[in-house]
Design a protein around this ligand. Structure first.
Ligand code: PLP
Length: 392
């Protein structure tokens, strides 16, 4: 089918819930995507932080093919090998104690919220169920994770929302202390606010939040749906902040493009959710787990160091262009934000870049770049050249 045929069919039969760019994608190789007409695009988006190994990665595709021929699904009523191996690997590499596997980021965060409330209920009884989240955060699209999301624009239409959330300003300990109370059971943060605009939390602040959580016996919940699995140059971003979350969620990049998510819990929280309290039919799917193991094989410590170096290289190259529409860059590893100068809008800039063969994302009022972690220097340089030509 041509791009126009795909667009027409989509417009007629798929619910119009997405503001899409006016193009179809057919296939990819490395960090380059192609539309049905064969036009090439350098990809600085990774399908919103998902395709961390880029496109056409052979070991990843082979792991999926082999596992799907062997066993595609059998339910969590039976034991299977791939999720067991994956959970072991994730725990060994993070210092966490055990895993619950789910399918998407919002669903993983729901599990994290349930665990926090149950932990508190078991220990203190009812009335201690409030979770403090940060302004400008994003935690998902379910009714409860919309409430957890600290942005008023998400608190519309779908009333009534779930009770039990309060919001504090990011990087502001006094604001968190002001939101405290006897009804609180947990604090939930993204270490780099992704959808909100690629805004990293400060190290001192995060350590102070962790200390306050210990003092009050609040659980520290970290949403690493976007920052996790190598994106920031460590397996999880919390490893660069010197804290061990009580529970941490992951999703987007975990299986390199297949739907999978989960939460990792520390020793204190490993037995909070028992049989019958939490479940999901597709969770721990063996094909997704096999894909995730292939991702883990690539994300060695040496590779993660290269992710940091690539991020530094890309940010320096962008700042060196001195484009009139861009301000400073920020971020961690290959999670990069670019401020947009007054008089320009991120949507216009994204549209122009895409029309010239470079796919980028927006976040908050700025630009957001999430290239495949495997992107090569040549592909980054091609992207930079398109920025220069288009926006210079
Ligand atoms: C994308 C994202 C989510 C939601 O994940 P879904 O898979 O879309 O449900 C939650 N939290 C953060 C930080 C995200 O970036």
């Amino acid at each position: 089918m041509t791009s126009n045929e795909i667009k027409a069919l989509t417009g007629q039969y798929i619910m119009q819930t997405y503001g899409r760019f006016p193009m179809a994608i057919d296939h990819g190789q490395g960090a380059t995507l192609y539309d049905p007409e064969g036009n090439a695009y350098i990809d600085f988006t990774s399908g919103i932080g998902v395709t961390s190994l880029g496109y056409g990665n052979e070991p990843w595709a082979e792991a999926i093919a082999a596992q799907s021929k062997k066993l595609g699904h059998v339910s969590n009523l039976f034991y299977t090998e791939p999720p067991a191996l994956l959970a072991q690997k994730l725990c060994q590499r993070t210092g966490e104690s055990c895993v619950f596997f789910a399918n998407g980021g919002g669903e993983a965060n729901e599990g994290m919220i349930k665990l926090a409330r149950k932990y508190s209920f078991d220990k203190y009884g009812s009335g201690r169920a409030t979770i403090i989240t940060l302004k400008n955060s994003f935690h998902g699209r379910t009714i409860t994770t919309l409430t957890a999301t600290g942005q008023d624009v998400f608190h519309n239409y779908f009333f009534p929302f779930t009770e039990g959330f309060r919001y504090a300003a990011a990087n502001d300990l006094a604001s968190l202390e002001a939101a405290a109370g006897d009804d609180v059971c947990a604090v939930m943060v993204e270490l780099v606010q992704g959808e909100g605009g690629v805004l990293p939390l400060e190290q001192d602040y995060v350590q102070a939040v962790a200390a306050l959580c210990r003092e009050k016996d609040w659980l520290l919940l970290v949403d690493e749906v976007q920052t996790g699995v190598g994106r920031t140059g460590s397996l999880f971003a919390f490893q660069q902040y010197g804290v061990l979350p009580d529970v941490v969620s992951f999703a987007k990049g975990i299986a390199g493009g297949l739907p999978m998510s989960g939460i990792l819990a520390n020793e204190k929280c490993r037995d909070v959710l028992g049989p019958g309290m939490h479940a999901t039919t597709f969770g721990a799917n063996p094909v997704c787990a096999a894909a995730a193991l292939a991702v883990q094989d690539v994300l060695t410590d040496e590779f993660l160091q290269q992710v940091k170096e690539k991020g530094d290289y890309l940010r320096a190259a962008i700042e060196d262009l001195h484009l009139p529409c861009f301000g400073k860059t920020r971020g961690l590893g290959l999670m990069i934000g670019i401020a947009v100068a007054d008089g320009y809008t991120n949507k216009d800039i994204a549209q122009k870049l895409i029309a010239n063969g470079l796919l980028v994302l927006t976040a908050g009022p700025g630009m957001r770049l999430l290239p495949p972690l495997t992107i090569t220097k040549e592909e980054m340089d091609q992207g930079i050249a398109i920025m220069k030509k288009t926006l210079g």
